[in-house]
Ligand binder design. Structure first.
Ligand code: PA5
Length: 456
C-alpha cells in the first residue's frame, strides 16, 4: 500500500499562468539530481534517515518498556515541547481512536495519553486535576536536555513524585528520553536510575519522530511501531531515486522551491481527515524551522498554514480561491476511511435535503475534497495532493519520511542548513536572562532599549 503524490495542478498548462511551466520544472532537474547525491553523501550526518533500519534492539527495549507501562498505569504523560511533542501528538491522533482518552478503560487500547506541549499555567494545573499520580507514568523528552519549558514541567512532576513516594521510587514513574551525553536531563536520569532512551546523534527534534521520542509514546498506546518504521523505510528507498519524476519527496521540494520564485511564500497543508489534523502542526514546525533561514543569497522559507478539510472550507478556502497568488496548497487525501457512516433518510419529502440520504459521510467528504481541489485549480492557484490509500501505521511512516525528505531536499536546493534553528535559540537565551539563569544577565540590557509605544 503506497502513499501517492499528484502534482498535476502545480503545472501551468493545467492551472494557468501562475503555475510552473514544464520547462521551468525540467530546468531544475540537474540541481535536483545533485541534491539526491548530496543527501546520500550526508547520510552519516543526517542520521534520522537511517532510523527505519538501525533500531531493532531499541525497538525491542521500547516494546518491553511499553508493556510494563501498559500493565502498570492508566495515564501516560509526555513532558516536552516542539519536536519532542508534535510528532507524538500527530501519530497518536492519526493511528488511535479519535476520542481515545474519552473511551472507557476496557475499550481503550492502553493508558490515556497527555502530551504537554506548552507551559500555560492553566494547562499544567488542569493536568494535575485529571491525572492520578498513583497510576501515571511520565516520559520527559528533550534532546538538548535543557529546554526551559520541559525542565519546568519536569521539576513540577519530580517534586510531586518525590513528595508522594520518595526519591527512590522516581524510577518506577519517570522515563527519560534525551541525548546520551549532552544536557541536564542525562545527569538527572543517571542520578535517579531512570529508564532512559536516547535521541541518536544526527537526529534533531523535528526529525525525531521515528526514534524513541515518538516510538515509545506510540508503543505505549498500542501503535504498531514496526509497521511505521517499515513504511518509512519503503519511502526512504523510493525517495533515494535521482529521477525527479519517480521521487515524490524530491518533486515536492522542487515544486515548492520554484513556487517560491513565483511569490508563493505560503505553504498550506490541508488534510481531509481528522486523523491527520495534527500532521499539519507537525509539518508546520518541520517546514518553518528547517527552511526559514537566510544565507548570502537572501532570506528563504514559506510560512506554513494549517488547514483542515472540510472544516476550513467554511473558513479559509475563500482566500485560497479568490485571494492572492502567494501560496501553494497541499491536500492530504484519504481513499478509504476506517469507518463508514451512512447518511440516513429522514426528510424524503424535501429533495433539497433528501439528495444526501443514501450516500455516506465517506462519499460526502471525498466529493468535497475533489470539489475543493477543482475550485482551487480553476481559480489558478497551484495545488498538489498526497494520497493515503488508508491511514495506518505503515502509510503514516511513509508520510513522515516523505515530508522529512522533502524538507531536506528543499534545504539542499535553497542552499541552507535545514538542521539548525538559530532564531529559536535566541528566544531560549532571553528567557534564561529574564528568569535569572547564571551567565545570561548581560542580555537584559538589550531588551530595555526599546521605547514602549503602548495604548492602554
Ligand atoms: O526541532 C527542534 O530542534 C526544536 O523545535 C526542538 O524540538 C524544541 O526546541 C525542543 O527542544 P528539546 O527537544 O531539546 O527540548
Amino acid at each position: 500500500m503506497r502513499v501517492g503524490f499528484d502534482y498535476t495542478n502545480m503545472i501551468s498548462d493545467v492551472v494557468g499562468e501562475n503555475g510552473i511551466s514544464p520547462k521551468e520544472l525540467a530546468d531544475e532537474y540537474s540541481r535536483a539530481r545533485k541534491a539526491v547525491k548530496t543527501l546520500r553523501d550526508k547520510r552519516d550526518i543526517i542520521r534520522w534517515r537511517d532510523l527505519p533500519y538501525n533500531q531493532d534492539e531499541i525497538v525491542k527495549d521500547i516494546k518491553l518498556t511499553a508493556e510494563r507501562v501498559r500493565r502498570s498505569c492508566k495515564s501516560f504523560v509526555v513532558l516536552g515541547i516542539g519536536g519532542s511533542a508534535l510528532g507524538p501528538i500527530a501519530v497518536q491522533q492519526a493511528l488511535n481512536h479519535l476520542r481515545y482518552n474519552e473511551l472507557s478503560d476496557e475499550k481503550r487500547n492502553g493508558p490515556k495519553l497527555y502530551i504537554e506541549d506548552n507551559i500555560d499555567p492553566e494547562r499544567m494545573a488542569s493536568l494535575m486535576d485529571v491525572i492520578d499520580p498513583e497510576t501515571t507514568v511520565f516520559n520527559v523528552i528533550t534532546k538538548s536536555g535543557s529546554t526551559s519549558e520541559t525542565m519546568a514541567q519536569l521539576l513540577t512532576v519530580m517534586r510531586m513524585l518525590i513528595d508522594l513516594y520518595g526519591e527512590e521510587h522516581l524510577k518506577d514513574r519517570l522515563i527519560a528520553t534525551t541525548d546520551r551525553e549532552k544536557g541536564n536531563l542525562i545527569g538527572i536520569a543517571k542520578k535517579y536510575g531512570l529508564t532512559t532512551f536516547y535521541v541518536p546523534e544526527g537526529v534533531g527534534g523535528r526529525f525525531s519522530e521515528l526514534c524513541p521520542v515518538g516510538l515509545l509514546p506510540a508503543a505505549v498506546c498500542g501503535i504498531d511501531i514496526e509497521a511505521m518504521l517499515a513504511g518509512a523505510a519503503m519511502m526512504d528507498e523510493i525517495c533515494d531515486n535521482d529521477d525527479v519524476e519517480k521521487n515524490p519527496a524530491l518533486m515536492y521540494a522542487v515544486l515548492e522551491v520554484v513556487a517560491m520564485r513565483h511569490g508563493a511564500n505560503i505553504s498550506v497543508l490541508m488534510p481531509y481527515a481528522d486523523s491527520l489534523k495534527y500532521f499539519a502542526d507537525w509539518y508546520a514546525q518541520l517546514w518553518a524551522e528547517s527552511l526559514g533561514k537566510k544565507n548570502s543569497f537572501g532570506r528563504f522559507g514559506q510560512t506554513p498554514v494549517k488547514s483542515l478539510g472540510v472544516t476550513d472550507q467554511h473558513s479559509q478556502v475563500q482566500l485560497y480561491t479568490d485571494g492572492p497568488f502567494d501560496k501553494t496548497i497541499t491536500f492530504l487525501c484519504v481513499e478509504k476511511y476506517r469507518a463508514e457512516f451512512k447518511i440516513p433518510h429522514a426528510v424524503d419529502e424535501n429533495p433539497n435535503v433528501a439528495f444526501l440520504s443514501g450516500h455516506t459521510f465517506n462519499e460526502l467528504i471525498s466529493a468535497e475534497c475533489k470539489a475543493t481541489q477543482y475550485a482551487v485549480k480553476v481559480s489558478g492557484h497551484m495545488n498538489k495532493s498526497i494520497i493515503l490509500p488508508e491511514v495506518n501505521a505503515n502509510t503514516v511512516g511513509q508520510l513522515i519520511m516523505m515530508l522529512e525528505l522533502a524538507t531536506a531536499y528543499a534545504g539542499e536546493l535553497l542552499e541552507i542548513n535545514a538542521y539548525d534553528q538559530p532564531g529559536v535559540e535566541e528566544g531560549k537565551n532571553m528567557t534564561y536572562a529574564l528568569l535569572g539563569k547564571r551567565g545570561f544577565e548581560n542580555r537584559l540590557d538589550a531588551m530595555k532599549d526599546n521605547t514602549p509605544r503602548r495604548i492602554i
